[in-house]
Design a protein around this ligand. Structure first.
Ligand SMILES: NC(=O)c1ccc[n+]([C@@H]2O[C@H](COP(=O)([O-])OP(=O)(O)OC[C@H]3O[C@@H](n4cnc5c(N)ncnc54)[C@H](OP(=O)(O)O)[C@@H]3O)[C@@H](O)[C@H]2O)c1
Length: 288
């Protein structure tokens, strides 16, 4: 099978490329195919003639999406439309990665696939528009909403992920202000990639929630990172408002993986176990 992975240099994209190493992979990033350029997308996909297209490319800097509305919309909404149009023309299933930030965060329990999406920031609005364009254009789609990603290749756009940011800031010895009133389900890109590959091998199209099991606040996530790394770092709990992010973020963005379960896929390991795997692999990668 020939798989075309877009956003292949990103945090999730690099693990997807590794996961599909037993297949023929065409790995494209911004330099190879700008998804906002329709002509380039149509030509490149026609020339590559893949059996599956996976889109892990996105404008992922949530705060910047508040100022760069047009660019964020082009990458997160129009880009997926171009991909869906090409996939429909050549009858190729499309895997697209979306986000827990399509929800407003007001629900008390984890969100299920059927819950109404009501984004509260520009990033979420553009990502939901991307989902809608795909649903409207091409039925052979898999939409995976993931959350709080951490992977061995830190986010290409952000230059880091939460785990790496904590390890770097924590090593400086100063107390850290961390948000305690936003809850999420942190997710290891390696675990997510395995499930994406499993589901994409079926014809069970549609929307899937995908994250490691359990949930935590950013503060509890930071505590666990330092506990597992044997680092003694003083943490100051703050609200998101006190922290002063320019964008609104959902208070609760945990996802229940109900559809995966219904397909007979076991729940992913807990986020704590996933973090432990990540820290071990990080050590092996960076010390080897
Ligand atoms: N990170 C998270 O915590 C998180 C949470 C929920 C959902 N998600 C979703 O998960 C997916 C993967 O996120 P990630 O953290 O792996 O992202 P990432 O590391 O920032 O990677 C995104 C990739 O997309 C590329 N890209 C940007 N604009 C492009 C364009 N116009 N054409 C082609 N490629 C372009 C970027 O290239 P350049 O760097 O050259 O621009 C980058 O390599 C995204 O859909 C994101 O919305 C992420």
């Amino acid at each position: 099978m020939r798989v075309l992975i877009v956003g292949s240099l990103g945090q999730l994209g690099t693990d997807l490329v590794r996961e599909y190493a037993d297949q023929e992979v065409i790995a494209y990033d911004f330099e190879d195919m700008d998804i906002t350029d329709d002509e380039s997308v149509q030509q490149r996909i026609a020339a590559a003639a893949p059996d599956l297209v996976i889109n892990a490319a996105a404008y992922t800097r949530v705060d910047e999406c508040e100022r760069e509305h047009v660019r964020a919309f082009q990458v997160n909404a129009i880009g997926p439309l171009h991909l869906a149009t090409a996939c429909k023309r050549w009858d190729i299933p499309l895997v697209h990665i979306s986000t827990n930030y399509v929800f407003d965060g007001l629900k008390e329990n984890p969100y299920v696939e059927e819950d109404a999406a009501r984004p509260i920031n520009s990033y979420g609005i553009t990502k939901l528009a991307g989902e809608d364009y795909i649903r409207y254009t091409w039925e052979k789609h898999f939409l995976f909403r993931v959350a709080g990603l951490f992977g061995l290749t830190p986010s290409r756009m952000k230059g880091t992920n939460f785990v790496e940011a904590m390890l770097r800031l924590g090593s400086k010895g100063n107390p850290l202000k961390i948000v305690y009133d936003e809850v999420l389900s942190p997710t290891y890109t390696k675990d997510a990639s395995k499930i994406i590959k499993t589901v994409a091998a079926t014809n069970q199209y549609g929307i899937y929630h995908l994250n490691n099991s359990g949930s935590c606040s950013w503060l509890a996530f930071a505590k666990e990172i330092f506990k597992q790394s044997n680092m003694d770092v003083s943490l100051i709990p703050v609200t998101a408002k006190e922290y002063g992010s320019p964008e609104k973020r959902p208070k609760n963005s945990c996802l229940e993986n109900r559809r995966l379960l219904a397909q007979g896929i076991e729940p992913l390991q807990t986020w704590q176990a996933a973090l432990s795997d990540y820290l071990k692999e990080r050590k092996n990668t960076f010390l080897s």
